[in-house]
Design a protein around this ligand. Structure first.
Ligand code: SAM
Length: 457
């Protein structure tokens, strides 16, 4: 959701004549898009805002703007905690933020392209702005279909900082997808906090209808969606997933806990048995798809038996990946007022769960060894610029040596990499690029494999 919002902010700024840069000291305006889902996100955001005071002191003309869930939650106290912040915009004020950025532009004078390099705008995500505006960012488009959430899980801050469900008209979603396809998007991600609870305000059409309408749009290459709630994962949705080959073979369906008493206390609105029945129906129609999930451990009142049930569920469902978190009390949510488990218990349970998660994800990644996958390029690997990073259709990270010098000359016009997988890791797979294609269904141009690789193969 935050990535979708960051992309939106960057585009509003670009329309107002700014350029996105990836070094904070080059920026005329810095936008920090924040998250409050767990305490460490909040701490990191304040840490980063604090750090940027140095830049602000060195260049008082620079504008420092904070938006996102922390800005919404701490609207009143943020200005006191970090007084060097120039402006704060809540989660429902993206258009006001865009207007302010546009209005400030004249203060930075006429921006010719050279000057724009120096007086530009930065939207940092995880430390750099490249995820929102680099040579490859247009290939993946996040299209928001719904804002907020009305489910009020007892651990979750989202309804408190993003408000209740606000579904976007289907006509607007379809129009935006068409626009993204015209701009060269190869993969569309429909985004919402509980995306499969979607209802078109005009017609009452549900998420299955929306998904099939988007899947049938001419020019679409790949389609995916985030995040689904088990309660709203229906037989109709499963039928659409099975019927449309352009939908990526992956489903993210957060289970959170394998214990019914904990699920009840979390107000999750389903039981493990109901989750199992849905997964069985899904697997029967979508065989070979990657199933991924989220877990929260150390939730108030979680007993050893409850946690053992979570470990058992993790083994049973064979998740290709699971994002597991220690419960983090959030101000204003019911569970924050309940008796808490010790942080040590939470940390120990997270370690034990991650161990089981790793078994499943290594098995999933290892099954790719010896196959060639077609993966959408992300760009040079952040850890090693001599390698390219890409994502397979099931969202597995794939890394391969950059034999054609992409780091010097980005080539987003051939964004699909055919990668022969040679090894599996916790973080994904590694291999060799053997081909590149312009379109997912199109032919590949063969890429010369280094002679040494050919001998070893
Ligand atoms: N809307 C999705 C759902 O309800 O299934 C999940 C969206 S939430 C932003 C992403 C994940 O963060 C959740 O699935 C949950 O595992 C985790 N999370 C949310 N609140 C948390 C908290 N207070 N402490 C720890 N993890 C939390």
């Amino acid at each position: 959701m935050n990535e979708a919002d960051s992309q939106d902010i960057a585009e509003r700024a670009q329309r107002a004549g700014y350029t996105v840069v990836d070094r904070p000291h080059e920026a005329a305006i810095l936008v920090i898009n924040t998250c409050t889902v767990r305490d460490n996100a909040e701490t990191r955001a304040y840490g980063r805002i604090g750090h940027l005071k140095m830049l602000k002191d060195a260049n008082p003309g620079m504008r420092l703007v904070v938006t996102g869930c922390l800005a919404e939650q701490d609207r009143d106290r943020m200005q006191k905690i970090v007084p060097h912040v120039d402006a704060i915009f809540g989660t429902q004020e993206l258009s006001q933020l865009g207007d302010a950025i546009a209005a400030w532009r004249s203060e930075f004078g006429e921006i010719d392209s050279e000057e724009a390099e120096e007086r530009a705008l930065l939207v940092p995500i995880g430390g750099s702005g490249d995820a929102v505006a680099d040579a490859y960012s247009h290939l993946r488009a996040f299209v928001t279909v719904q804002r907020g959430c009305s489910y009020y899980c007892t651990f979750c801050i989202v309804p408190h900082v993003r408000g209740r469900f606000d579904h976007r008209p289907m006509t607007a979603v379809l129009a935006e997808v068409e626009q993204r396809l015209e701009q060269g998007a190869r993969e569309i991600t429909l985004v919402g906090q509980t995306v499969n609870a979607y209802r078109d305000p005009a017609s009452g059409a549900d998420f299955a209808d929306l998904l099939s309408r988007v899947a049938e749009l001419p020019g679409l290459e790949r389609l995916t969606f985030l995040t689904s709630h088990p309660k709203d994962f229906t037989a109709r949705i499963i039928r659409v997933l099975a019927a449309h080959p352009k939908i990526n073979p992956r489903l993210h369906l957060p289970l959170q806990s394998g214990s019914n008493p904990v699920l009840r206390k979390m107000n999750r609105k389903y039981t493990v048995e109901e989750y199992r029945a849905k997964i069985e129906a899904f697997r029967a129609s979508c065989s070979g798809w990657a199933l991924t999930t989220d877990f929260v451990v150390g939730f108030p009142g979680e007993s050893d038996d409850d946690f053992a049930a979570t470990l058992a569920s993790c083994r049973e469902f064979g998740f290709a990946q699971a994002f597991s978190f220690v419960y983090s009390p959030r101000r204003g949510t019911p569970a924050a007022r309940w008796e808490q488990l010790s942080p040590e218990i939470g940390a120990e349970r997270l370690r034990a769960l991650n161990h089981v998660v790793d078994e499943g994800l290594l098995a999933h990644n290892a099954a790719k060894i010896g196959t060639t996958v077609r993966a959408l390029i992300c760009g040079p690997s952040k850890k090693d610029r001599t390698k390219l990073a890409a994502r397979a259709l099931d969202n597995v990270n794939v890394i391969a040596p950059d034999t054609e010098g992409e780091a010097r000359t980005p080539r987003p016009n051939e964004p699909w990499l055919d990668i022969r997988i040679e090894a599996a890791h916790r973080w994904g797979c590694s291999g060799t690029i053997v081909g590149r294609a312009r379109h997912f269904d199109g032919p590949a141009r063969a890429v010369a494999v280094p002679v040494l690789d050919l001998i070893l193969a």
